[in-house]
Design a protein around this ligand. Structure first.
Ligand code: HEM
Length: 201
């Protein structure tokens, strides 16, 4: 057991195997996979990726950005050369996968276009589509921010691509402000994601 737990890859494989067992149990009971089953699967994958993404966003904002000024200069490269690039890898790909899974989920639920047009196509007569549509737009803008502003600027700030001291400072500031913008959007976005089904079914 200690051998399994001391290796992250094996731990994650085991965790997925247990999940597949649980899902398989349901399939056996339900005699197969229908549209609702797939909705459940994509909802699970969507939330899994979302936790990875927003968990790392909160790590950056609640821990790393706040503590960086307090870290002695000779220790800072430990964060900028080793921790941050690795965290940014999982962060940006989790953001993209969350978006893809969210779009599949909305399509499976039958309201992808209605929600992205904020209910305009139905004369704003379906409150659920306006509600979840607002969250989908917030999360989509957040994902755009990750790929178009945060990641390119972080590459300069962390020295992964060329840039003088001025360019690094400017890029670091832009990345921090956009990351804060995503933190600002994250809570209302989660309100819509988590309350939608409870409020509207
Ligand atoms: C990136 C763009 C995103 C899109 C297009 C999207 C889309 C959706 C859709 C369509 C649903 C189903 C709502 C329903 O009818 O019940 C949903 C649910 C949900 N989403 Fe997102 N989402 C996105 C980002 C996120 C993020 C970043 C998180 C963060 C964790 C998240 C967490 C959730 C949760 C927790 C649920 C509720 C699951 C449930 O209670 O059944 N989503 N999302």
């Amino acid at each position: 057991m200690a051998g399994l737990l001391s290796n992250l890859r094996n731990t994650i494989i085991a965790s997925f195997l247990i999940s597949i067992l649980v899902i398989g149990g349901y399939m056996h009971h339900n005699h197969g996979a229908d549209q609702i089953f797939w909705q459940g699967v994509f909802r699970f994958l969507h939330v899994l990726c979302g936790i990875m993404w927003i968990g790392l966003l909160y790590y950056f904002n609640f821990v790393q950005i706040r503590m960086m000024p307090a870290i002695p200069a000779e220790l800072k490269p430990g964060v900028s050369k080793y921790i941050a690039p690795e965290a940014l890898f999982w962060f940006r790909w989790a953001a993209l996968l969350t978006l893809v899974m969210g779009i599949i989920l909305a399509w499976n639920r039958g309201y992808l276009v209605s929600a992205y047009t904020l209910g305009a196509l139905e004369g704003f007569s379906v409150p659920q589509h306006i509600f979840i549509g607002l969250g989908m737009w917030m999360a989509t803008i957040m994902c755009f921010n990750v790929w178009v502003f945060i990641w390119p600027n972080q590459k300069i700030a962390l020295g992964l691509v060329e840039g003088d001291a001025d360019a690094k400072a400017k890029a670091g500031r832009i990345a921090m402000l956009v990351s804060r913008t995503n933190t600002l959007l994250s809570i209302p976005m989660l309100v819509t994601m988590t309350m939608n089904q409870t409020l509207f079914g």
